[in-house]
Design a protein around this ligand. Structure first.
Ligand SMILES: NC(=O)c1ccc[n+]([C@@H]2O[C@H](COP(=O)([O-])OP(=O)(O)OC[C@H]3O[C@@H](n4cnc5c(N)ncnc54)[C@H](O)[C@@H]3O)[C@@H](O)[C@H]2O)c1
Length: 260
């Protein structure tokens, strides 16, 4: 028999979350959304001032948040973060990432290594450090920020596309290896999102207004997404309501990939 329970969905009450790259953009929006759903959030970023500003805003709004200086490419920083948090995570969001514009002919090995170092190796190191405690408790949700560029080739984003395909692959491999234990792994694949990152990319083009119009046009809505629209997807994947969701790539792309 159908029984309606009129309780709010997507509560993260009593959950402990770490969001990397949370000092800006999408990560900041995810940290805020998790805190508003009741989680205790560690706002981690290599930009300590950015992390502190976001944590302050969350606490001023009544949430529970703590800033953490964390460069995800540094094993020492990660070990210090594990010690500082001191308890197993319920939620890990691997959001920190970097990007660049260019084809293979415009990409140096140093630039490719920079993107691989943060986007791929950083995600690997952070996940490897926090996963054992999650596996021990047989629960938890790991959310990796991939991109439309993790499922489709994107023009002029050679290095970035290479790393985001790796994130999608990593997410699926993790799910196969570990989700029977109760820990879930999912990737979010956003379209263009209005963040400081995108503003920077646009500024790199010779005709920034034309680049902005071009970036808005890949979404059927004719605009870029707002960081809160990506945070909403993360909130769902973090919640117990998503218990049956693992190994997925959740497209938040306003139809960019539909039909492709
Ligand atoms: N904005 C978009 O259009 C878009 C689209 C798809 C996917 N994404 C992905 O979403 C994530 C967040 O992007 P954003 O647009 O909010 O970017 P952003 O530049 O606004 O924020 C990224 C944050 O990551 C931090 N960071 C960078 N390197 C780090 C490191 N080594 N250790 C710790 N923190 C580090 C930065 O200091 C910054 O605060 C990235 O993984 C990005 O690839 C963004």
């Amino acid at each position: 028999m159908l029984v309606f329970r009129f309780v709010p969905m997507f509560s993260l009450s009593k959950k402990i979350a770490l969001v990397t790259g949370a000092g800006s953009g999408i990560g900041a929006a995810i940290a805020g959304a998790f805190a508003s759903a009741g989680a205790r959030v560690f706002v981690a970023d290599c930009d300590e001032a950015g992390a502190q500003a976001v944590a302050l805003k969350i606490t001023a709004a009544g949430g529970v948040a703590q800033a953490l200086r964390l460069d995800i490419t540094s094993e020492a920083d990660i070990a210090a973060a594990v010690a500082a948090i001191g308890v197993p995570l319920d939620l890990l969001v691997n959001n920190a990432g970097v990007g660049s514009v260019g084809t293979i002919l415009q990409t140096t090995l140093a630039e490719l290594n920079r993107l691989l170092g943060v986007n791929v190796n950083g995600t690997f190191l952070v996940t490897q450090a926090f996963l054992p405690a999650m596996l021990e408790r047989s629960r938890g949700s790991v959310i990796n920020l991939a991109s439309v560029a993790g499922v489709l080739g994107v023009r002029d984003r050679f290095a970035y596309t290479t790393t985001k395909f790796a994130i999608v692959g990593m997410t699926k491999a993790l799910a196969l290896d570990h989700s029977a234990s109760g820990v879930r792994f999912n990737a979010i694949c956003p379209c263009r999102v209005e963040t400081p990152w995108v503003a920077q990319r646009i500024a790199e083009y010779p005709d920034p207004p034309a680049a902005r119009r071009d970036m808005a046009s890949t979404q059927l809505a004719g605009r870029m997404a707002h960081p809160d629209e990506i945070a909403a997807a993360a909130l769902y994947l973090a919640s117990d309501e998503a218990a049956m969701v693992t190994g997925s790539t959740l497209m938040i792309d306003s139809g960019w990939t539909a039909g492709k």
